[in-house]
Design a protein around this ligand. Sequence first.
Ligand SMILES: CC(C)(COP(=O)(O)OP(=O)(O)OC[C@H]1O[C@@H](n2cnc3c(N)ncnc32)[C@H](O)[C@@H]1OP(=O)(O)O)[C@@H](O)C(=O)NCCC(=O)NCCS
Length: 144
Amino acid sequence: MVQPESYRVTTDTEEVDFDAACDLIHTYSYWAARPIELTRRGFESPSSIVFGALDSSGATVGCARVVTDYSTFGWVCDVIVHPDHRGRGIGKMLMKAVVEHPVLAPMRLILVTRDAHGLYEQFGFERKEMMRRPAPESPPTGCV
Ligand SMILES: CC(C)(COP(=O)(O)OP(=O)(O)OC[C@H]1O[C@@H](n2cnc3c(N)ncnc32)[C@H](O)[C@@H]1OP(=O)(O)O)[C@@H](O)C(=O)NCCC(=O)NCCS
């Protein structure tokens, strides 16, 4: 049994495997009904802060991404953990890193989720109504 202590979260782009993160999203998420190249472009955008959860071997087994103007708000998206590593606190480690990130900590953070409200509520997120225009070619539900 792998213990949570063997995982760590980093924003170091030299350490986070963007290909592995994008594969995770496109294999296991319910929201990524888009070409994987678009997801990859989002990860590489200077507007994105990417959080990678690494196991003891350095493999990327989870991620979260925050799109931000570096001034007033951040949009949390693409939060996912590989199914083999779920239930070990990695999702909470990722969200703790997000809300404690020095750029993001003072900001208003927003997100959309289908069913993981209980995770985000543990980090101060509240259920509020919002308006959203889905991308014309995307399905109506999703994380982003
Ligand atoms: C959601 C997800 C990232 C959680 O990662 P994880 O490493 O398994 O989560 P953790 O072990 O850190 O625990 C998550 C906590 O949130 C709670 N939670 C609430 N809703 C949840 C949900 N839908 N899925 C998982 N956990 C949920 C759990 O009960 C747990 O709290 P507790 O420890 O106080 O009981 C992971 O299940 C996943 O990748 N799911 C598929 C993708 C997804 O739904 N992402 C979020 C969409 S915005």
